[in-house]
Ligand binder design. Sequence first.
Ligand code: SF4
Length: 343
Amino acid sequence: MNTSPDNERAGMPSGSGAERWLTCPGAQAAEAGKPDPQTEDAAEGDFLHEVMARGVSPVKDEHHPLIDFCRETRDRLVVDLLAADRGAPIIEERLWLRDADLEPVASCRVDYAIGGLHAAQDGAAMLAIDYKFGRRGADSAEINAQLRFTAAVLGQEFSPDVVFVAIVAPRAEGERVTVAKFTGQQCAAAHREMVAAAKRAMLPNQPRNPSPKACHYCRARGTSACPESIAAATALSIVPGAELSSDVLATLLDRCDMADRVIDAMRTEAKRRIEAGAVIPGWRLKPGATSKKVSAKDAWAKIGQQIGGSAFAECCTVSFAVPRLRLEVPDRGQVGQGSAGRY
Ligand code: SF4
C-alpha cells in the first residue's frame, strides 16, 4: 500500500499547506509528485506526534519535558474550555472539507479534537489542538491558516456553536500556547473561504505567487516546476533606488528569507543528483564533517563522568543567554480569522 501524503490526500490540497495554496494557488500543481525531503527535525516531529497519539512514553530524556508539557496543556485546555459532558476524542484522524454538493475538496489530519458543552455558556463546543514541535515557532492560533481550515472542517462535520483551536508549541521561544475561538458564523465564513481556495488550487494554470510564508515548506521551490521562486530569489540583487531606506530593507529581508530556502532546495537537489551519478559541470561532492546534536545532560552522562570535569570542560563551550535584539517577522493578520484569545 502506498501511504505517501499525496495518496493519502487523494491529490487534493491539505490543511497543513493552507497558508501556501491560499496565497499561491499554483503551488498544488507545482508540488504534485515532488518528493517530501525528510529532514531530521521532520522525522523527530513525526515521532513526537506518534508518542502523543499513542499515549506512550518517549524514549529520549530530552523529549520528556516536551511531551509532559503537551499532555498537561491538553488536559488543562479540555477542562477549562469544555464542561464535563464530553465525547470521545478524535486523534490523528483525517477529516475532509466538502463543498455544497458534499464532494471532498481538501483534507486535514487532526492531532487532537474533542467535543462537549461550552464550559462558559450553554451550547455545543469543540476544541482542536495542533502540536508544533519545531524550534521555529508558529503563527499564533488566531491567524494560522491551518487552524482556520480545521475550524472550517469541524464546523462542517459537527455544527457546534463554538470551535476553539489551539497551538501547543513546547519549544517556541515566545508564547507556547495560543487559542482562537470561532463562532458558528466564523466557521461558516472560513468554510466558504477554504472551499473556494481549494477548488481554485485544483484548477490548471493557476498563478504562482512567491512569498516567504508560501514558499517556506513548498516542495516546488528552487525547481523547474516553479521558475518564479528562483526569479524571486535572484531578484535579491536588484535594489530599487539608490538609497537603502528602511522600507527597502524590509522588502529585501523578506527576499533574503525566501532566497535562503530556495538556495537550500537547489543545493539539496544538486547533491541528490550527484549521489545518483549525474554530472553537474564544475561541481562534485566532497566528504564533510557530520554532526549530531546531544544535550549537555546526555553528554555529561555518557562521557563527562568518565573523563572527569576538567577534561569535559575542555571539550565544551559555555554560552550565557543574554537579552539581545534579533530579526524576526511578526505575525501578519489575514482575512476570516477567528477572535484572538490568548490562553
Ligand atoms: S515555491 Fe513558492 S511560488 Fe513556487 S509554487 Fe511553491 S509556494 Fe508557489
